[in-house]
Every structure is written in structure tokens, then in C-alpha cells.
Design a protein around this ligand. Sequence first.
Ligand SMILES: Cc1cc2nc3c(=O)[nH]c(=O)nc-3n(C[C@H](O)[C@H](O)[C@H](O)COP(=O)(O)OP(=O)(O)OC[C@H]3O[C@@H](n4cnc5c(N)ncnc54)[C@H](O)[C@@H]3O)c2cc1C
Ligand SMILES: Cc1ncc(C[n+]2csc(CCOP(=O)(O)OP(=O)(O)O)c2C)c(N)n1
Ligand SMILES: [Mg+2]
Length: 572
Amino acid sequence: MKRTGAQIIWESLVRQGVTDVFGYPGGAILPAYDAMLEFPIRHILVRHEQGATHMADGYARASGRVGVAIATSGPGATNMVTGIATAMLDSSPIVCITGQVGSRLIGSDAFQETDITGVTLPITKHNYLVTRADEIAPAIREAFEVAASGRPGPVLIDITKDAQQSSCEFDWDAAAPRPPMFRPDLRPASGQFARAIELINGAERPVILAGHGIIMSGAMDLVREFAERANVPVSTTLLGIGAFPPSHPLDLGMMGMHGEAWVNTAIQEADLLLAFGMRFDDRVTGNLKTYAVNARKIHIDIDAAEINKNVKVDVGLVGDLKDVLGQLLPGVARGDRARWLAHIHELRGDCAVRDIQNLPDSGHLYAAHVIHDLWHATGGQAVVVTDVGQHQMWEAQYYRHERPRTLITSGGLGTMGFALPAAIGAKVACPDAEVWVVAGDGGFQMTMAELATIVQEDIDINIAIINNGYLGMVRQWQEFFYERRYAATPLISPDFTKLAGAFGLEGRLVTRRSEVIPAVQAARARRGTVLIEFRVEQEDTVYPMVPAGADLQAMIRRPSPAPIVGTGADAL
Ligand SMILES: Cc1cc2nc3c(=O)[nH]c(=O)nc-3n(C[C@H](O)[C@H](O)[C@H](O)COP(=O)(O)OP(=O)(O)OC[C@H]3O[C@@H](n4cnc5c(N)ncnc54)[C@H](O)[C@@H]3O)c2cc1C
Ligand SMILES: Cc1ncc(C[n+]2csc(CCOP(=O)(O)OP(=O)(O)O)c2C)c(N)n1
Ligand SMILES: [Mg+2]
């Protein structure tokens, strides 16, 4: 059957099972947009191509399916760069399709020409420059395979305008990825299994470090079985939140820079760390020289390059977590680690007296209380998509995610502006889910134009803006490490409720704790997106905090009782 390259793009996407794409048109991709109308695909028109990539990313993280973004050449393509890098750092499978100038014009500084495959080389898992119609279907098939297999990640396909316009025979079967696709042998050596079992069964103070790889592998049940059988407590990374239920008695909570104090202490006292699908990010380890020096380490990861990258381990098992755990489990003995668990329980008790949830609010509205109440009012069932900053850490600490894929957040790149578009993507992927944006006043302003996308595409999510009048996380660093010299961190914002109104959305302002739950409930009850601005304590601090590069146990702790400085309401 003869097809144009433009038709082949959509035909291939449909055959890949794609139903939704996020994009923005322009000259070099116009043939593809013209052909799109013939295909059963929902196109979500974004307001900035960065938004399209975050939407594709949010779609992928919420559903496990590959997200798709599409843009024109030049500025359209370069606007995608931040979103592609965000997906790369967090191993999120997206496919980005960009139009390119005609193949004869490549290299001539043609109108809207950018070498986007060159630009994105270090931030894609793989990318393609396609100059002929008959190369389109094979590139798309392979791109989906590359994006979703092994360690997932972003793939970009740059397609010249003439490739879209010319015609060729379309043969889907012939376009199948040609063997041999590179497939590393992921079977760990059996000696390594025996060593791992020996270390696990002999450990007295083990801790599981549960990472994002558990969620990507779908290994939640196996991790739980492992933890229960061996009686090993489980801590999670930021991206591992949802991999193990916080209601479980063996759950410890988050590790790392803003992790729970008892978790970091337990890691430093452990005699065995079991790293499951996590990559020992520097936000997790602090000073590598003093990190868990008394612990043996077992690392299970699908990417061999992660083993011994940051932390030297005793046993590295390369493979899909589900497979590896399935093979390990039969050898794992029932463990009684009552003394170790009792010790951690004691550490926890010491922390509770400093926990802001146990301190009176004295009439002030704290972000941590807002998050706690949001958790309560949504029954802990919402998909929460956060932006980056203090509010992100409070969300991680105080919204308890029982299920995987219910916290969507930019961890590795820490991309402000991520939340609103990623939440739109999550909602498109999971229309029945209750989706909340939790964003700071700073990050929200980076991509708030996507409010128009919400209106045009009839997206039903809710938005909580945690407005502290500052680029709060940076202000916190200035408070601790730059003698409170607040250079460029105080921030004015538009009247967010009026902004919502300008887009035809409902907006509400909340300044008191008593109003939080009623406002959340009202937003939930209303069809359509509601934006709630929570005007919170301005100079509040995320505790604990391990200063960057410091020893993990050297945490700055919340003084008890919490000092109170100014309020959001005072600033009105
Ligand atoms: C302001 C800010 C503060 C932060 N503070 C903290 C903090 O206090 N604590 C914290 O934990 N993080 C924190 N982070 C996040 C941190 O930067 C990292 O993003 C996070 O620690 C990474 O978690 P991860 O290793 O589980 O996930 P990823 O970085 O996604 O790594 C996942 C790993 O799993 C592997 N994998 C993938 N699929 C499979 C599979 N099928 N089987 C086996 N393995 C697989 C991958 O190869 C990879 O090694 C912070 C981020 C920001 C922006
Ligand atoms: C695109 C981008 N620019 C800069 C930063 C550095 N940065 C990290 S957190 C932060 C402040 C975020 O402020 P806000 O959105 O108001 O959230 P808050 O910390 O106040 O909760 C900044 C500027 C970043 N992470 N991303
Ligand atoms: Mg702020």
C-alpha cells in the first residue's frame, strides 16, 4: 500500500497503540499535521513544546506506556530539550517526533534549522535523523522498543519535510526492528546469587533501599514478599515512593537529603544495604566516603553501568528486578530481626517530637499541614504531580502514597515547571484518576500557560499552589549557607485566583488551616479544574536536611518547638 511519509508517521503510531499525542505545529512538521486528521489519534495542543514533553513524560509515568510529543524544527525542537533531559534523568519512556528542514537544506542554516539530533545526543537514549519516507516506519518501531525496553528513556526522531511529503510502499511487518537489536546478556552469574543469599541470611541490621526501578519493573509484590520473609525494613528514594506501602509495619519512609532522620541513621548503622532499582544519587548518599561504611552492599539494577558507579558494592546483580528477585527469593531464609527493628522504632520515637505534624500551628498556615490535609481529604488515593522545591519535599514527607505511580515528580533533573504539564499528561493517560498538581509559586509561573491547554482540552485536574512568596528551596540554602542574604529569591506572583478566572477556571484563596480541607473537598466535588492558592508561612524550612556533600548522619534537624517567622497572611 502506497503512503506518504506523513501518513506513515500516524499509521505507525496507531499500530504502536498510541491514542494520544502532545504537540505544537509549525512549517517543518506541517505535512504530518495535515495527515493527522485521517487517523484516530487525539492531539493535545500545548502552549509550549516543553509542556508537550512533560505531558508525554507524565503520561508515561502515570501509565507505564510510552508518551509521545511532536513539534516542528528549530525553536519547536529546542523547546523540547528540558523535557527530554527531565525524562532521561528519571528513565521515563517517551518518543519525541520533530520536523526537520528539507534534506537538501540540511547544513545550510536554513530557516528554522537546528541540528536537534546533535543537541539531544547526550540527553536521549537514542535518536534518529530520518531523510526518507521508507525509513520512517522502521525508525518509529525501533524507537518505541528502545524507549520502553531495558532501562527506559527518551528517544527522538527527527524527520525531514521531504521525507514526510514523499511516498513509498508501507509494509509494517518489514519495518520490524531488525535482529540483532543489541540485547545484553542480563543473567547474573550464579556465584553472585549464592554470595547474595549468604549476605542476606547472615545480616543482623539490613535495610532495603527501594528505588524507581521497582515501579518500572512492576516488582512491588516481590519486594514486599522479600521484606516480609526476611523481616527487613524498607526505605525508599524520592522516585521509589509508592514502591512499598507506607502503612506496612516494615516501611521506614524516604532516605537522603530530606529523608527521615531515622532512615538515614539506620542506613549509617546498617550491616547490609539491599539496593533495589535505585542509583545511589548524591541526594541519597551524601558524602560517599562516609556512606554506610559498615554495610555490605548488594545492588540489583537493569543497567550494568550503575553497578559500582557511585558506591562500590559487594554483589552486583544485573537484570530486571522482577526476574532477579524471583530467583533470589527461594534462598532467602525467614529472619528475626526484632532487635534491629526495635532500635529503629526507638529512633523514630525521638523524631516524632520534632515533627511539624505534632506541633501546634498557632494560627499559621504551614505547607506541611496543607499537604497532610490534602492527603487526608483525598483518602491518599490521588495521583499527585509535584513541581520542584520545598513543597516537593513536604509532599514526599507527608502525602503517604500506598500505590505505585501515584507520585510523579522530577527527581534527577529537578525541573521547575514540570508539574502542571506532567499532570495534564497523567490525566490523559489515566482519565479515571484523581490528579492533583502541587506546585510552588515559582515553578508554577514557568509553565502556567498550559492552563489554556486544560481549558481547550477539557482536562479535569486540581491545582494546589503552595505560595510562600519565595523561591523557597533556594531561600532555604541562602538561610543555611549564605548568611540569609536573599539574593533574587523573594518573588512576586500574579493573583493566582484571578489568573485562573482569566482562563475561565475556578480559583480559590486559602490562608487558614481550617479552610484547607473544605477547599480541597469543594474542588473535588466540582467538575473541571480548580486552582487553589494556599498562602503559607513564608520563611519555613524543610527538615531534616543533609547539606550537599555532608555525611548522611550530619542532618540539620528541626529545632523543637519550631521557630515562627512572619506569615503569608501578614504579607497580604
Ligand atoms: C529538591 C530535590 C531534593 C531531593 N532530595 C532527595 C532526597 O532527600 N532523597 C531522595 O531519595 N531523592 C531526592 N531527590 C531525588 C534524587 O535527585 C533522585 O532523583 C532520586 O534519588 C533517584 O531515585 P532512584 O535512584 O530510585 O530512581 P532513578 O534515578 O529513576 O533510578 C532508577 C534505577 O533503577 C534502574 N532500573 C530501571 N528499571 C529497572 C528494572 N526493570 N529492574 C531493575 N532496575 C531498574 C535504573 O537503571 C536506575 O539505576 C531530590 C530531588 C530534588 C529535585
Ligand atoms: C528550571 C529550574 N530553574 C532553577 C532551579 C533551581 N531551583 C530549585 S528549587 C527552586 C525554588 C523553587 O521555588 P518555588 O517554585 O516557589 O517552590 P518552593 O521551594 O518555594 O516550594 C529553584 C529556583 C530549578 N530546579 N529548575
Ligand atoms: Mg515558593
